[in-house]
Design a binder for this molecule. Structure first.
Ligand code: ZN
Length: 242
């Protein structure tokens, strides 16, 4: 069985379509949230993700912001403005879908969550210390997270005290051993100084994780962001992948 693992699409349909074209065949889809926010295509992205085979999807902080009713004080200016505009753009049916997403689920003995196992929607796992604290908050060997937009593997040492970090190379399968926290990077808003859309393929039977990167037509997305009057920073940063 092959599982397509995607996260942080951020309403970038062009990047999502490029990922789906390059992914080849897969049996199931795991999406770590943030389908919307920043980008110009929230409805198209939600609909495309909903139609993917055997979908499991958890809720991201942008999904929560767009589908909630509060005034988004915790968001920075651009993220807040984009979320409020997305609220106006999104159809009632897609809004209901975002509202229905769970914070955390388990599939194939893997924990899926947007932020972190102990704080599912909001915490960023960027550092070893945060990863180490989170290993106590899930019962499976492996957890997959998104949210940082940075592809990464955190592996807990057998003595259960040390955490090692790896930035996986694209197209090089990694055999996962012991307890790990994985991040497939971001489809629609990469932030590791690589502008290519990021995703992963997981084969749970052998616990093989393969990071993939794919180029897409960034200028077309930037143009749609500007046309829709969304914050320009969300367009500018796509070119540099930060
Ligand atoms: Zn995100």
């Amino acid at each position: 069985m092959k599982i397509l693992v995607i996260s942080d699409i951020h309403a970038n349909l062009t990047a999502l379509e490029a990922v789906l074209r390059s992914a080849g065949s897969f049996d199931a889809t795991w999406c770590l949230g943030d389908l919307v926010g920043y980008g110009p295509d929230p409805n198209e992205c939600v609909q495309r993700v909903r139609a993917l085979p055997n979908l499991t999807c958890v809720k991201g902080n942008h999904d929560e912001a767009v589908s909630g009713t509060d005034d988004l004080e915790e968001f920075n200016g651009d993220a807040r403005r984009a979320a409020l505009m997305t609220r106006q753009m999104i159809t009632p049916e897609n809004m209901s879908f975002l509202q229905s997403l769970p914070d955390m689920v388990e599939r194939e003995a893997v924990t899926l969550v947007h932020g972190s196992p102990r704080n599912p929607v909001w915490e960023y796992i960027l550092e070893k210390s945060t990863a180490r604290q989170n290993f106590a908050s899930f019962g499976t060997d492996c957890a997959i997270v998104g949210h940082t937009h940075f592809p990464m593997i955190f592996a807990l040492d057998a003595d259960e005290h040390k955490v090692h970090t790896f930035i996986p190379l694209a197209d090089v399968p990694v055999n996962l051993v012991g307890r790990t926290i994985l991040n497939p990077g971001s489809v629609g808003q990469p932030r590791d100084n690589d502008s290519r859309a990021s995703f992963a393929i997981l084969e749970p039977a052998s616990m093989t994780w393969e990071l993939r990167r794919v180029t897409y037509d960034i200028a077309a997305v930037q143009e749609r962001i500007r046309l829709k009057g969304l914050p320009a920073r969300g367009a500018d940063r796509l070119a540099d992948g930060w």
